[in-house]
Design a protein. Sequence first.
Length: 260
Amino acid sequence: MKFLTQGRNLRVILILALCLFGVAAFAQQAGNATLPIPNISVNMGGAAPKKGEEVSTSLQILALLTILSLAPAIMILTTAFTRIVIIFSFVRQAIGTPTIPPNQVVVGLSLFLTFFIMGPTYQKINDRALQPLLTHQIDQKQAIELAQEPIREFMLKNTYEKDLTLFMNMRHETAKSAKDVNLTTLIPAFIISELKTAFIIGFYIFIPFLIIDLIVASALMSMGMMMMPPTVVALPAKLLVFVLADGWGTLVTAIIQGYR
């Protein structure tokens, strides 16, 4: 029995030794082998002084990259997104569920509603500026000027005259028509107007839910249930009222009608 056990141990040791030698030989062969590694190089050279077109193209690419980095801010501040997302945030606070719906849902719904509202404006930009530019009917400068007109028209429709006058007086500007209003003056006036409108709508949203809170608190006080939090009892009532009144549909309809 001892001889059999020793024989088995020797076989196991030999097998392990062969495996180790095989792994070492494979590693040495792989180390000596040359694997083709792709080489990627990016060359940035200065433009020749005599080539004005090359310098102009480089500046245009730099300006395009700058615009792309500012695209989210431009998207938020020159469209209906600001008003929509603030109104939805007020709805969550008024109902008493500050984290429901989640932020991702609120922002996503606000973005799609923004695309829906801004659809006619973007269609005008596509027809007047983008398509003629792609077919080489106009140059880039003309395309930028034509693209500004629909955006300017949309912002002027939804900007309070008082806010626009405020910023124009700060810069001592005078404009005979809408085309003469500078965008750097119109954009902050539009943002202030959107914030004002969103807060006014938020005030009207809070009123019915505040009445429900007062009714529930009075009922609990009259029954002597001092230890029962009114918010716990009022939350189901507010959710029920909001659902029965088709709150989301009514709210979205009011927002869209406000821009039309």
